[in-house]
Design a binder for this molecule. Structure first.
Ligand code: FA5
Ligand code: MG
Length: 455
C-alpha cells in the first residue's frame, strides 16, 4: 500500500516593517500537494492554480512549495531592501544616458514582468538549441513542458525588442535549480541590458579626413564567423558595439563602486547561445574572483526573431544583482536577502540609495519581539527619551526600538504611542520569561517617569 503524506502548503507573503509600520499580510497561492515519501517526490494535482491562472501539470512539473511561496515578493521593488537600493543606483546611471537628438533618457526600464514564461520565450526565442543543457528539468523549475519560471531575464529580450524598444533594462527575479552556497540561491535577481544600433547611430561620430561620413557598414555578405565576430557582421561594426558594451559596463561599475581604483576587474571569454562573441565580467575581492555578469554581441538570428534583423546590431548583458549587492554592502550570505529579520532590514531603511552602507552582522540568536502601547496623560513622549529609558533598562539585550504607531484620541484628549521593542542577545538564546521581566520593568519605569497608562 502506498503511504501518502498530505501536505497543505500555504504560502502567505509577509510584509515587514519597512517604514516603521506593520502592513497587513497578503494572502497568495495556496497549494494542496501530496507527497510520496517512498519515491520522495511530490504528487501534483492535474492542475496548479498559480497567480489566479490554472496550469495543467505533466511529467515536466517540478516546481516546489518553497519556490511557489517566494513568488511575487519582488524584493527589487520592496522599498528599503538592498536590492531596491542597488536597482535604484543602476536606474540612475542609465537614466543619465540621454538620446542626443531627443535629450530624453535612452533606456526604458521594465521591472514588473511576470516570471512565469514559456519555453519559447526562455529558450527558443533566443536561439537556444533543442539539446542545450540549460533546458533540462534538472536545471529549471518547470510548471509543465511548455511553461517555467524564467531562468534569466534574457527570456524577455525578443518581446521587448519586438515591442519597439531599442535600449532597455529588464529587472526581475529568476529561478534555477542551482547549488546552494553563500553565493548561489535558487531564486535570485537579474538586470538585463540591451542596446541596438542602426548604421547611423553606430558610425555617427566617424568622419574621414575630409569631414565626410565614412562609408562604413554593419553588414557585409561574405563575412564569415570566427572568434571575434558573427558571419555577416563587419569587424569594425562589431568592435564599436563591443567598445560601447564594455564602456557601459565599466562605467556602471565605476559609479557603483566609486573607489574602483582599488577594484581589479577582468573580461573572460564566454559562450551563450544568444550572443557572439561573449564575455563574463569578474571583479576581485580579497584575492577571489567573482563573476558578476554575462554579455556579448546579440546573435543576429535573435534580432531576426524580433523582426529587426536587417538594419540593427546590438549588445546585451545580464547581471546578477545579489552578487553585486553582496560586494557593495558586505553582505556575507545570499540567503540574507530573504531575511525578514528587522536587524537586517533596518540597516537599509533610508531614502538616498547612493548612501554607502556596510552591513553589520546580526546575531545568530533569535529575536524576541514585545510591543509597548500607552496612553499619555499629559504631553506626548519624545521617542528619543523613550529609547534612552529602554536602553538603560534593557542594556545590550535591546537590538532595536521602533515607534510603530502614534495617534491623538480626541474624546479622551490623549496621545497614544506604540513601540516595538526587539530583544536579542549577541551570545545566548533569551528565555521568554527573562524578556517578560525586563519588559515589565520597562513598563513600570515608563509609568513613573512619563505619567502614562500602559494598555
Ligand atoms: C545568464 O543568465 C545570461 N542570460 C546572461 C546574458 C545576458 C549573457 C545577455 C549574454 C547576453 P549566467 O547564467 O552566467 O548568464 O547568469 C548571469 C549572472 O547571474 C551571473 O554572472 C551571476 O552574477 C548571476 N547568477 C547566476 N547564477 C546564480 C545563482 N544561482 N545565484 C545568484 N546569482 C547567480
Ligand atoms: Mg555565468
Amino acid at each position: 500500500m502506498r503511504i501518502l503524506n498530505r501536505l497543505l502548503i500555504q504560502s502567505t507573503f509577509r510584509y515587514h516593517y519597512r517604514t516603521n509600520t506593520v502592513k497587513a499580510q497578503k494572502k497568495s497561492n495556496t497549494f494542496n500537494l501530496e507527497y510520496d515519501p517512498i519515491k520522495q517526490t511530490i504528487i501534483y494535482p492535474p492542475e496548479l492554480l498559480i497567480n489566479n491562472k490554472n496550469y495543467p501539470t505533466d511529467s515536466w512539473t517540478n516546481v516546489n512549495p518553497h519556490i511557489l511561496s517566494r513568488l511575487g515578493q519582488n524584493l527589487h521593488r520592496q522599498k528599503n531592501h538592498p536590492l531596491y537600493h542597488l536597482t535604484n543606483r543602476i536606474r540612475q546611471y542609465f537614466y543619465q544616458q540621454k538620446d542626443p537628438r531627443k535629450q530624453s533618457p535612452k533606456f526604458s526600464i521594465i521591472d514588473n514582468l511576470s516570471p512565469i514564461v514559456t519555453v519559447q520565450q526562455n529558450f527558443d526565442s533566443i536561439c537556444t538549441p533543442n539539446d542545450h543543457v540549460s533546458r533540462t528539468k534538472s536545471m529549471n523549475y518547470y510548471i509543465n513542458k511548455d511553461t517555467l519560471f524564467r531562468a534569466h531575464t534574457s527570456a524577455h529580450q525578443v518581446d521587448l525588442i519586438r515591442s519597439g524598444l531599442n535600449a532597455f533594462l529588464c529587472i526581475g527575479d529568476v529561478y534555477r535549480r542551482d547549488s546552494i552556497d553563500p553565493t548561489h540561491y535558487p531564486i535570485f535577481h537579474q538586470c538585463e541590458g540591451v542596446q541596438l544600433f542602426n548604421k547611423e547611430e553606430l558610425f555617427m561620430e566617424n568622419r574621414n579626413v575630409r569631414g565626410e561620413k565614412d562609408n562604413l557598414q554593419i553588414f557585409a555578405p561574405n563575412e564569415y564567423r570566427d572568434a571575434t565576430k558573427q558571419e555577416g557582421h563587419t569587424l569594425e561594426a562589431v568592435k564599436l558595439v563591443e567598445a560601447s558594451l564594455k564602456q557601459t559596463i565599466t562605467d556602471l561599475f565605476k559609479t557603483l563602486f566609486p573607489n574602483a581604483s582599488t577594484l581589479n576587474s577582468r573580461w573572460i571569454d564566454a559562450t551563450f547561445p544568444f550572443t557572439h562573441p561573449s564575455w563574463e565580467y569578474e571583479i576581485e575581492i580579497d584575492g577571489k574572483w567573482y563573476e558578476l555578469l554575462g554579455c556579448g554581441i546579440i546573435e543576429q538570428s535573435v534580432l531576426e526573431n524580433s523582426g529587426l534583423g536587417k538594419d540593427y546590431i546590438g549588445w546585451a548583458f545580464g547581471l546578477g544583482l545579489e552578487r553585486i549587492a553582496m560586494i557593495m554592502y558586505g553582505i556575507p550570505d545570499i540567503r540574507l536577502f530573504w531575511s525578514t529579520d528587522s536587524g537586517f532590514l533596518s540597516q537599509f531603511q533610508f531614502e538616498d540609495s547612493t548612501r554607502p552602507v556596510q552591513y553589520k552582522p546580526v546575531s545568530a540568536y533569535p529575536q524576541c519581539i514585545n510591543d509597548l502601547s500607552m496612553w499619555m496623560n499629559k504631553t506626548r513622549i519624545d521617542p528619543l527619551d523613550l529609547y534612552d529609558l529602554v536602553r538603560s533598562i534593557g542594556g545590550d539585550l535591546i537590538e532595536q526600538v521602533l515607534l510603530i504607531d502614534e495617534f491623538y484620541h480626541e474624546k479622551k484628549d490623549k496621545h497614544s504611542q506604540t513601540y516595538r521593542i526587539i530583544y536579542r542577545s549577541m551570545d545566548r538564546t533569551l528565555t521568554k520569561n527573562e524578556i517578560n521581566m525586563i519588559h515589565k520593568d520597562i513598563e513600570n519605569h515608563c509609568q513613573k517617569q512619563f505619567d502614562v497608562e500602559i494598555r
